[in-house]
Design a protein around this ligand. Sequence first.
Ligand code: PLP
Length: 393
Amino acid sequence: MLKTIAGFDRIGEENAFAVLARATELAGQGRDIINLGIGQPDFKTPEHIVEAAVKALRDGHHGYTPANGIAPLREAVSADLLNRHGVETDPGNVLVVPGGKVTMFMAILMFGEPGAEILYPDPGFPIYRSMIEFTGARPVPVPIREENDFAFSAEETLSLITDRTRLLILNSPANPTGGVTPRAEIEKLVAGLDRHPDVAILSDEIYSQMTYDGAEHVSLLTFEAIRDRLILLDGWSKTYAMTGWRMGFSLWPDQLMDKARKLAVNAWSCVNAPAQFGALAALTGPQTAVGDMVREFDARRKVTVGGLNAIEGVTCRTPLGAFYAYPNIKNTGWKAKELASALLEQAGVAVIGGPDFGILSEGYIRLSYANSTENIIKALARIENLLENNQGA
Ligand code: PLP
């Protein structure tokens, strides 16, 4: 028996991929499956982005690039941050990475070790907790509450910080809830962080361009006071429908940049060269596709939330960001994961059970409304039908 490090006894995974595999398997058997499980836009990457990557290959960009990414792309990221957040950044602090997820992997590896504590949102993206456990650090869930419209609470977050806290992970707009934390709460948090100057902050802003009903995305980058300890996670996957390209970027403070670059050199040398040219076209080309996509998500969001609230036993807050609805199913009598499984196996609707997003997440399921309105309406009818005809398991 080979003996690997103890972290592998604790590492978790992302169940959305297991649900996707099962949904694909059932569809392969001829079942009619509607996938509201995996979180990815159902749109195609805009044509000019695809063309730029193809052209890069034709132009001979076949080789390694600098580990931190090609210079024009890092400059374009800085320009994008200036344009969207009004903040000047140095392209030298930008790291181009193979997907948004990689930034959290790196940041958690950098700060996690036995004896350390890392705060993360619960419910939240499952890889936060998984990676924290892998490092041997203690994962400290910050409850994200329905009664708060799934915004995080500055007061509660600050109350969980101890002298062992090394890293605080924040995510707004959020997965799996669609919650968007308002400016006042973020300002309160940043003010409170003044008392904890040794805590690093990882702000996962991968859904930063997806907000609705006039909700404001407030980037942690806009707060000068924490800039020297802020790691910003963003990327192309969601904004430009590029999940399979594996393109993300992070912004690192001066004191961490070289460590991050070295981790990158050790792990992947550089990101796929033609994909970097595609990502460059995404940032420098027309942005109309982004607005069109968000408008379409908005329409589907309304259909999803309206439909869910019309089902007996189900209530759903109106999410203000991302492309997820996170209904409360406590009054249906079902446990969340059992309902998710029954929906997939019996009704042909893939959703994810709340417990796949945290230890505090029983009683909810996540629906990704990145699917056609027609399919969403069909899926809602199937959910209603299953709930009407079955008592909770
Ligand atoms: N952060 C959050 C909150 C996400 O929901 C996701 C993807 O679902 C990611 C990061 C990772 O994005 P990527 O596909 O670019 O790795």
